[in-house]
Write a protein that binds this ligand. Structure first.
Ligand SMILES: Nc1nc2c(ncn2[C@@H]2O[C@H](COP(=O)(O)OP(=O)(O)OP(=O)(O)O)[C@@H](O)[C@H]2O)c(=O)[nH]1
Length: 312
């Protein structure tokens, strides 16, 4: 009898997966559905995600003979034709991601012929031979006929090893997507401990929550020229004190963010605080300031200052 097989550990399949797609298509929502935790912020305003955020999905096999799996997801910034330096930075980061990952998951929610910018992404994708999976997201609100058209249009490109319909917001078909990804992974190392869901420090997630709340509260006329910087972060027994600055590009925006009698800023602070308290599991004292930094999206200095510098 071969006793050695009793000691044999399950095989581990692991790898990096890039979730890509046009702004607002549901990438963050899909990643959150996979991870079951809120790692990446999701709003209905495009270009919400600026940094590549890693989410780590680990599944340890329940029975012998099954594989253990670790998938490290990279939630890339919305890709679009660059209009300024921040735009170039975001696109540059996304293209680098295509080359580094084991699998690319492209999310779409419309027909290519709708001219929504997916063509631009496809052109970039053609440059790499990484395996690609297509996810047609938001099927909960797509007419079946339209879904069929999107499906056929993408299928005719012969670029994808599999095409799925999904409703990330309901977690619909997420398991099937995971299974397909798993099929493309090879035996590899355990990159992160099994209980880790992100390699980003809590501070960063906190700043993203504040940015999300600010975007949700702001009027249409304030563009995406806001950034959040955590100035102080002090953890005490049952209280975390956080001081953060919301930077905007124009003086007139500052007034909008603060609102009449400071009401808007208070609202942003309150909803951010409640979510941060849930994240940290402690009481939070959150102080917010608003400062103007003109044209920060076109300034190399400000970009690297806010952590958006991709030059090694
Ligand atoms: N109806 C419907 N809405 C969805 C679905 N998935 C995402 N959304 C919504 O679409 C909006 C954008 O979702 P995000 O996950 O922030 O999109 P994103 O692609 O990460 O956006 P960027 O960060 O701008 O690149 C949010 O309002 C989501 O709630 C879905 O399956 N169905």
């Amino acid at each position: 009898m071969d006793l050695s097989c009793n000691k044999r550990r399950n095989r581990l399949k692991s790898g990096f997966i890039g979730i890509i797609g046009r702004p607002n298509v549901g990438k963050s929502t899909l990643m959150n559905a996979i991870l079951g935790e809120k790692i990446s912020i999701a709003t209905d305003k495009p270009q919400t995600t600026r940094n590549s955020i890693r989410g780590i999905y680990t599944r340890m096999a329940e029975t012998k003979g099954q594989d253990d799996v670790q998938m490290i997801f990279i939630d890339t910034p919305g890709i679009h034709k660059p209009k300024n330096k921040l735009g170039s930075y975001m696109t540059g980061m996304a293209v680098n991601t295509f080359r580094e990952v084991e699998v690319i998951v492209l999310l779409v929610d419309d027909e290519l012929s709708a001219g929504t910018g997916d063509k631009y992404i496809l052109d970039l994708l053609r440059e790499v031979d990484t395996p690609k999976i297509l996810v047609i997201n938001k099927i909960d609100k797509l007419e079946p006929e339209k879904y069929r058209r999107i499906y056929e249009e993408y299928q005719s490109l012969n670029m994808f090893q599999a095409i799925f319909g999904a409703a990330a917001i309901q977690g619909k078909n997420v398991d099937a997507i995971l299974k397909e990804i798993e099929g493309s992974l090879e035996e590899g190392p355990m990159y992160f401990p099994a209980d880790m869901v992100t390699d980003h420090p809590e501070r960063f997630i906190v700043s993203e929550i504040i940015r999300e709340k600010a975007l949700l509260y702001l009027e249409q006329e304030v563009p995406h020229g806001i950034a959040v910087e955590i100035e102080s972060y002090k953890e005490e027994k049952n209280l975390t004190s956080i001081g953060a600055v919301i930077y905007c590009e124009r003086k007139s925006h500052k007034g909008i963010i603060i609102g009449k009698e400071g009401k808007k800023l208070k609202g942003i602070g309150k909803s951010a605080r409640m979510e941060i308290e849930a994240l940290l599991g402690s009481k939070v004292f959150l102080e917010l300031w608003v400062k103007v930094k003109e044209n920060w999206r076109d300034s190399d200095f400000a970009l690297s200052n806010f952590g958006y510098d991709n030059r090694e």
